[in-house]
Write a protein that binds this ligand. Structure first.
Ligand code: UDX
Length: 460
């Protein structure tokens, strides 16, 4: 079966590369010619661990190719739609790219097609897709089968998530579509492929659950999953605020809570809130979808409010320590919305930078991967070449993304170089005990502050 993937963003590129890794012949298209030129030059337009080698190997072995002409995608027997569905000012998902692609497929298709929605879309999008394909279809006798196959890939671990998923959700209307998708995913279902994540030496993996539903249900599963994850994070953030007031430690609390299998240990990490291109926009779109169907999803709106509040609260914490913010020199460590990605879309760092700039603070920022992207968004932002430079002469250092390399910095050196050894750790990356012993004034999220002992200054 020839497979096409339309949209070579995070989802499309990982999907295309991994489908090729499974042995399929895949054509990835994107109407952004510069992106395709970059890919054809053997480079990646995004940073995703492990993706470069998967793309390169499959290109060389002739299973993966690229085209800047989306019409070329209509040659595929199965077409995965991975175009963006960004939020409109109303909070609804903008489905214009999906509409456009559907019209193009309808016009160009010369044989039967399996059209798979992979982008996150509101329930009932599949029905609209089927309608558009029918209305714009030019050739009689061409049959379009629509399926929903939501992605659950996390940036930073997307390759592993694709090849070793917990579940593969398939929303279909007929058996042939299900059979075709089963064939496409057979190597994943049987866990029979040379795993690039573990370099072939993959520990035996549990086969994923194969979940077959209606198209509407599959679409709803995706939105309901991401929104539930957002709820968990906002809940953990509220409990962490309370833990801080009561002198409890949120890590101990959530460890105890997460051991209940009905709750589970994941997505209970407090911090600066959820960001990225999925959770914030999917929650917004889900609230809007509910609203348009006469349901007030107040619980989710509250999760969003709590999420926005995280940055305001963080700035207030900084003010509490520094008293006056105006004119202070602040270092920012981490700009990506989470570690192991260069993605800054809806990252907490964006809101934080805007707020601190309004306060008249002098900023110097560093991230191991996101410097280029932040420079496009904030051309005036002073960027440091490494974490040490961001810290030098600063009145405070803020940890905004949980990059492992920040944990392993020479904090003694940083202590010496700062104007005032104050660290606000928005991700609970460091040990309060160790920071205290180095003489830092250190505040984290939902964990008790430890007073700096008078002898600690001797280290400086
Ligand atoms: C998410 C979903 O996890 C994935 O299934 C979906 O398909 C796409 O969206 P992603 O956006 O890559 O993936 O990141 P994820 O790891 O889910 O984190 C989302 C945000 O929540 C990040 O900003 C992260 O820092 C934050 N988060 C996550 C927390 O604040 N606390 C947690 O405990 C977990």
């Amino acid at each position: 079966m020839r497979i096409s993937v339309i949209g070579a963003g995070y989802v499309g590129l990982v999907t295309g590369a991994c489908l090729a890794e499974l042995g399929h012949h895949v054509l990835c298209t994107d109407n952004d010619k510069s992106k395709i030129d970059t890919l054809e030059a053997g480079k990646l337009p995004i940073f995703e661990p492990g993706l470069d080698s998967v793309v390169e190997r499959n290109r060389q072995e002739g299973r993966l190719s690229f085209s800047a002409d989306p019409r070329a995608a209509a040659e595929g027997d199965a077409i995965f739609i991975c175009v963006g569905t960004p939020p409109l000012p109303t909070g609804d998902a903008d489905l214009s790219a999906i509409d456009h692609v559907a019209q193009m497929i309808a016009v160009e298709a010369k044989s039967d097609k399996l059209v798979v929605e992979k982008s996150t879309v509101p329930a009932q999008t599949g029905q609209q897709l089927q309608r558009v394909l029918g209305i714009y279809g030019r050739r009689g006798g061409v049959r379009f089968r629509v399926a929903s196959n939501p992605e659950f890939l996390r940036e930073g671990t997307a390759i592993g998530d694709f090849l070793h998923p917990d579940r593969i959700v398939i929303g279909v209307d007929d058996e042939i579509a299900e059979k075709q998708l089963h064939e496409i995913y057979r190597p994943v279902l049987e866990q029979k492929f040379k795993c690039p994540v573990h370099d072939g030496a993959c520990p035996p993996m549990k086969p994923p659950a194969w979940v077959v539903t209606t198209i509407n249900s599959a679409e709803l599963i995706k939105h309901a999953s991401n929104s539930f994850l957002a709820l968990k994070i906002s809940y953990a953030n509220m409990v962490s605020d309370l833990a801080e007031k009561l002198g409890a430690n949120i890590e101990e609390v959530m460890h105890g809570v997460g051991l209940d299998p009905r709750i589970g240990p994941h997505f209970l990490r407090p911090g600066l809130g959820f960001g990225g291109f999925c959770l914030p926009k999917d929650v917004q779109a889900f609230v809007r979808l509910a609203e348009r169907n006469g349901i007030d999803f107040a619980m989710l709106r509250e999760a969003e409010r709590i999420n926005h509040q995280r940055i305001t609260g963080f700035v207030e914490k900084l003010r509490h320590s520094l008293w006056v913010l105006k004119g202070k020199q602040i270092g920012i460590l981490g700009l990506a919305f989470k570690a192991n990605t260069d993605d800054i879309r809806f990252a907490p760092s964006i809101e934080l930078i805007k707020k601190l700039q309004t306060e008249g603070v002098r900023l110097k920022a560093y991230d191991p991967q996101a410097m280029e992207k932040i420079g496009e968004q904030f051309p005036d932002l002073i960027c440091a070449s490494d974490a040490y430079q961001a810290a030098r002469g600063a009145d405070a250092l803020l940890i905004v993304t949980e990059w492992e390399e920040f944990r392993n910095l020479d904090w003694k050196r940083i202590h010496k170089s700062m104007a005032r050894p104050l660290v606000l750790d928005g991700r609970n990356l460091l040990s309060a005990q160790e920071m205290k012993s180095l003489g830092f004034e250190y505040h984290s999220v939902g964990r008790p502050d430890l007073a700096v002992s008078s002898s600690a200054g001797a280290l400086a």
